[in-house]
Design a protein around this ligand. Structure first.
Ligand SMILES: [Zn+2]
Length: 98
């Protein structure tokens, strides 16, 4: 079955592939209407710039922090994977590992 919709919602906030695609799509949309609705085109551009600026760079420490929060979170007992990620993260924070 093909996908046919009246509307398609874009969410330009965040890291994922969909957020990146949404930012590209909104920029393309803004470029496309700039001659017809300059104000909306500018507002969309500013919005995408803002969301882009909110995206934190993916560093090893950020990545590990994110993964740790997904798996065992704040629980007292960490699983083996989280234990490894936790000690690697500590080493990275201490500058033992680069
Ligand atoms: Zn875990």
């Amino acid at each position: 079955m093909s996908l046919e919709m009246k509307y398609f919602v874009l969410k330009p906030r965040g890291h994922g592939h969909h957020a990146v695609a949404a930012r590209r799509a909104l920029r393309a949309y803004a470029d496309s209407i700039v001659g017809h609705d300059l104000e909306l085109a500018c507002s969309l551009g500013e919005w995408v710039d803002l969301e882009q600026s909110r995206v934190e760079p993916i560093t090893p420490i950020n990545f590990l922090t994110e993964e740790l929060s997904k798996c065992c979170g704040d629980s007292e007992e960490l699983c083996r994977t989280c234990n490894m990620m936790h000690s690697l993260r500590s080493d990275l924070l201490d500058g033992v590992v680069k």
